[in-house]
Design a protein around this ligand. Structure first.
Ligand code: ADP
Ligand code: MG
Length: 616
């Protein structure tokens, strides 16, 4: 009988291994962002196309790599971050396994461009099917740009497994936010299909949290800060009024690593007990720092789980710190926020961390788990009884986890509908439109009718038009017959000056003038003649008072203001041609069913719904 065992070919082994690290675009995003952070970057830009399925690119200004390292980096177990087993206990970097780049190279087409400060030239490396296919010197700025195209192009089964763009984008944004929250001193931006979604200037923790969660949080955050020899907790909790019905804004970072911990989450909830409704979730962003020897981060790299050497102490600390914060800001009347005496008496809490402890740690059970790759951690049986209650607590919320909204970004279901919406509607080409109350357009579909809101629909159309213009191609300009002078208050003219390059892309032609501050020489083709000056003044006004939960870039703000301002208003009579033009333009949009701020642009009435109304 012949033998039946054989070794897997390298490329299959690589793909299998890659599957553990890179499950979806978001996992690659996480790895690349973490590498940029580890490289000491102060600026990190993330660009994605098609929710990362077509392209994921991370550009950093970190320390770069030598030519040799740039090719080495794609080998499995290639890392610059640990070289000795003891290093595992002092990990300060985000990565250390040396698996990310190797995994990415196994499942995507990768291009790496990198340059160190001390090198004249950078190096370009291209990798496909885990093989280096190109390697040459190149001109490059200091830092690293790594792009991966067509994720899972060679593993169709996995590619088919990916969710809709809206769902995958949601995961990417989650990972982006987690890294950005941990490193507020680093500038981060996220660009999706050419549109800037986040633009996060460097700042402190509070500024970063507000940038991400929205301005409305500014006055609603309560400082948490407890420092001991054993561990520090800092960060913020939302006042009880920020508690949500869905688990949304809850973040734990341990040594700057985002973690999911139902156990610690329970500690925070316990501290909030009695202050928020039973079925709601407090918001928090908490940073825990402790000696790296006290935690084991060597669990599955994508699971964001860690194991604490002594979970009970951490639980008590977190709970006490949150109670303390709530009490200090007199949100809670007077609570017992001191540590339980048993815990206070523990050596680990009362005594500083010593060399001996470190040695003890090496011989602990924790040490052994390092040799078992990807070993998830299990709670000891003795602790099981305690777990029961917090597991129950956690259960119902898990389902809502992925549909939470952050910072006003439309939640998943809305976007999901957007994608099927435009395609399935199948609006007949010749039809009669009806305008209702000078506000709505009724358009029949094959199975019912649509009620389109003229102003909101037009806002969507213009938004996509202007976005395209500012990000790529120049929009057409109509020359003004006579130049129109613009005299502005000093602060307004500074603002206008800043906006000029983008206004130009949208189709404005505005020049500086000796006599007046500016003259308008041309406007976007769709601006009504005679209205030019007023339009600019209104735009500046709107721009100044632009209100949003998300911190948009100038460009994005401008585009949103323009779209809003230039949209056809309600109360305007539309003729057949205008109505059909608008409805058609709407369904050519990428996201026809909502305005940039997430309001519906139309409502669809299906035939069977009408039937039901008439009880037929
Ligand atoms: P790990 O991060 O676990 O070390 P990776 O596969 O993510 O493993 O990266 C391998 C090595 O490539 C890193 O240890 C680092 O030396 C280098 N590297 C990766 N990305 C960057 C980057 N953006 N800038 C500089 N060096 C990088
Ligand atoms: Mg890494």
């Amino acid at each position: 009988m012949s033998n039946i065992i054989h070794l897997l070919p390298d490329h299959i082994a690589n793909q299998i291994a890659a599957g553990e690290v890179i499950q979806r675009p978001a996992s690659a995003v996480k790895e690349l962002l973490e590498n940029a952070v580890d490289a000491g970057a102060t600026k990190v830009k993330l660009l994605v196309n098609d929710a990362g399925k077509a392209l994921i690119q991370v550009i950093d200004n970190g320390k770069g790599m030598s030519a040799e390292d740039a090719t080495m980096a794609f080998e499995r177990h290639a890392t610059s971050k640990i070289s000795h087993i003891d290093d595992l206990f002092k990990i300060k970097t985000m990565g250390f396994r040396g698996e990310a780049l190797a995994s990415i190279a196994a499942v995507a087409q990768v291009e790496l461009k990198t340059k160190r400060a001390e090198d004249e030239l950078g190096i370009l490396v291209e990798v496909e099917h885990s093989k280096i296919i190109k390697q040459e010197p190149c001109v490059a700025p200091e830092g690293t740009s790594i792009s991966m195209k067509n994720l899972f192009f060679n593993v169709p089964a996995r590619r088919n497994f990916l969710k809709s763009n809206a769902a995958e984008m949601r995961h990417i944004m989650d990972e982006f936010i987690r890294v950005a929250m941990a490193y507020p001193e680093i500038f981060f931006s996220l660009n999706s299909n050419g549109q800037e979604v986040y633009h996060l200037e460097a700042g402190n923790h509070k500024q970063r949290i507000v940038q991400i969660l929205g301005n409305s949080y500014n006055a609603k955050l309560v400082n948490v800060l407890e420092e001991t020899d054993y561990m520090n907790i800092s960060g913020f909790i939302g006042k009880p009024e920020t508690a949500r019905k869905t688990r949304g804004d809850q973040y734990f970072f341990v040594n700057n690593r985002f973690i999911k911990s139902a156990y610690l989450n329970h500690a925070v909830n316990a501290a909030f007990e009695g202050m928020i409704a039973k079925d709601s979730f407090p918001s928090y962003v908490l940073y825990i720092d402790l000696d790296p020897t006290q935690i084991d981060i060597n669990v599955h790299p994508t699971k964001q789980e860690i194991k604490f050497e002594d979970e009970k102490i951490i639980y008590a600390f977190v709970q006490a710190a949150v109670k303390h914060a709530l009490a200090q800001f007199s949100i809670a009347p007077s609570l017992d926020f001191s540590l339980n005496a048993d815990i206070q008496g523990l050596d680990a809490v009362s005594k500083p961390f010593t060399r001996n402890d470190q040695e003890a740690a090496v011989s602990s059970s924790l040490y052994k788990t390092f040799s078992q790759k990807h070993q998830a951690h299990f709670i000891e049986p003795s602790q099981k009884s305690e777990l029961k209650s917090w597991k129950d607590f956690f259960k119902p919320s898990e389902q809502t986890d992925s549909t939470g909204t952050i910072g006003g970004y439309s939640s998943e279901p809305v976007l999901e509908e957007a994608y099927t919406g435009g395609k399935l509607l199948n609006i007949p080409t010749i039809q009669h439109y009806l305008q209702l109350q000078l506000t709505y357009i009724i358009a029949t579909t094959q199975t019912g009718f649509l009620l389109v809101h003229q102003q909101l629909a037009h806002e969507r159309v213009l938004y996509e038009q202007y976005s395209q213009a500012v990000h790529s191609k120049q929009a057409p300009t109509q020359k003004s017959l006579f130049p129109i002078p613009l005299d502005l208050a000093a602060s307004d003219s500074v603002l206008l000056q800043e906006l000029l390059p983008d206004l130009q892309l949208i189709g404005y032609q505005i020049e500086k003038d000796e006599q007046h501050q500016f003259v308008i020489q041309g406007t976007p083709a769709d601006i009504v003649v005679g209205n030019e000056k007023h339009a600019i003044e209104m735009l500046i006004e709107q721009f100044k008072h632009f209100n949003s939960d998300i911190n948009f870039s100038k460009k994005e703000k401008l585009v949103r203001c323009m779209a809003k301002q230039q949209s056809i208003k309600t109360g305007v009579t539309l003729d057949q041609k205008e109505m059909s033009g608008l409805v058609n333009a709407l369904f050519e949009c990428n996201t026809p069913n909502i305005t940039p701020t997430g309001k519906p642009t139309y409502i669809e009435y299906k035939g069977n719904y009408l039937e039901q109304l008439f009880e037929r």
